[in-house]
Write a protein that binds this ligand. Structure first.
Ligand code: AMP
Length: 395
């Protein structure tokens, strides 16, 4: 696996695919700098080597050229974070960009306009990728968030850099962290899978059963498992057509010696609202008219016990409807358990959409070993797929 540390960038122009798909406020100000901070070490290494950096990224889902999705809105924030005045090109291909790049000096950074202003980017168009490839001597992919897409700038462009392509610092760390959990883990290994639906996590569960010793199932998924085993789940969320699959998973886990932990009690509510009336009930005795929206205290105590016994922990998906304060306690308690285990030496990886939002919101981001920057990319990796953006560098 080649990384930026295998190259010297002295007098070299690095063409770097970054992920600056950041949230913008109504005033077009960057609302969260996490992704920019994450790209910083790669950019700095290249500049310190004595090279220059051409940054390319997408922002949002523009239909053609839409000013609100222009990357000009992020230039100042990128300059501030990396400590260098970043230049901006108002296109990502064309003669004007060519001139600017020819005049780019060592130590300078140029950010190209949104790649998705061209449909060719998402189509993975080879001619478009070849045009982009002219902008650098070495191609660096540092965008984990889009590594599962075979887009022009994330995958196709790599073929124009035989032996001159590598992973950026962020992407290399993402790969190493997942590898640490899936292939080189200290036992016992625990996966906590929460979130809304079994259907979106099923392939992950099937793939990781071979790699883990304990599986905690939480969130809305719980009720498909409970109902499948004959429990009364009231009005809780459930995928009836996945009940058979749930039973299969439990059988398969047993055959593989994986201990499955499902909530034994839940916080049930009489409506899907923060102000609902609530009661703690046995997970298989939820009255009609009530729905389980968070793990209950007995479950949390059990989960804490499991977490504290594990050396490697993967967490994907909240234990309850954490967006509402009333039902966030389970997710917060799990975060605290994982924080404690990490302090005691366990390796903990949090990844995939909503759990990342939850760890940030509740202040656990600095207290776990690693928080992944890729939602879909993380899930696909956990499903055992080789991501096209990663394969293109290894090629
Ligand atoms: P996912 O994207 O699959 O990780 O699902 C995350 C979503 O699951 C969050 O928005 C949570 O509010 C939701 N969720 C968690 N627990 C429950 C539950 N018991 N009932 C309904 N939704 C839930």
């Amino acid at each position: 696996m080649k990384t930026i540390h295998d190259f010297s960038f002295k007098n070299q122009k690095a063409l770097i695919r970054v992920d600056f798909n950041v949230p913008l406020s109504d005033a077009f100000e960057v609302a969260d700098t996490t992704r920019i901070e994450a790209a910083k070490p790669t950019i700095i290494k290249i500049l310190e080597d004595g090279g220059s950096a051409v940054l390319m990224s997408h922002l949002g889902r523009p239909k053609g050229i839409e000013e609100r999705y222009s990357l000009k809105h992020v230039v100042d924030k990128v300059s501030e974070v990396i400590g260098v005045q970043v230049r901006f090109a108002d296109d990502c291909i064309g003669d004007h960009v060519k001139d600017t790049i020819e005049n780019l000096k060592n130590g300078e950074v140029l950010l190209l306009e949104n790649l998705r202003f061209y449909t060719e980017e998402k189509e993975g168009d080879e001619a478009f990728a070849e045009k982009l490839s002219k902008w650098g001597d070495i191609y660096v992919n540092d965008a984990f968030g889009t590594a599962h897409r075979a887009h022009a700038s994330t995958t196709i462009v790599a073929q124009f850099f035989p032996n001159r392509k590598c992973f950026g610092n962020l992407l290399a760390t993402e790969i190493e962290s997942i590898d640490k959990v899936l292939n080189h883990s200290k036992k016992p290994v625990l996966a906590v899978l929460g979130g809304a639906k079994v259907s979106s996590k099923i392939t992950v569960i099937e793939h990781i059963l071979d790699k883990i010793d304990h599986l905690i199932i939480g969130g809305g998924m719980t009720f498909t498992f409970v109902k499948a085993q004959g429990g009364r789940i009231g009005d809780s969320i459930c995928e009836d057509d996945k009940m058979e699959l749930a039973i299969e998973i439990l059988k398969s886990a047993k055959a593989k010696n994986v201990e499955v932990h499902i909530p034994v009690d839940v916080v049930a509510a009489d409506s899907f609202s923060n102000d609902a009336n609530t009661q703690v009930v046995d997970v298989s005795q939820i009255p009609k008219g009530w729905q389980g929206l968070d793990a209950g205290p007995k479950s949390l105590e059990r989960f804490d016990n499991v977490v504290s016994r594990c050396q490697t922990i993967l967490w994907n998906g909240p234990l309850g409807v954490f967006e509402m304060e009333t039902f966030a306690k389970g997710t917060i308690a799990l975060g605290k358990s994982i924080e404690k285990a990490t302090r005691n030496g366990a390796f903990s990886l949090v990844g995939g959409g909503d759990s990342v939002a939850a760890v940030k919101q509740f202040g656990f981001a600095e207290k776990v070993s690693y928080v992944s920057t890729g939602g879909g990319a993380m899930l696909e990796t956990l499903e055992g797929k080789t991501l096209p953006g990663i394969a293109a560098i290894l090629d």
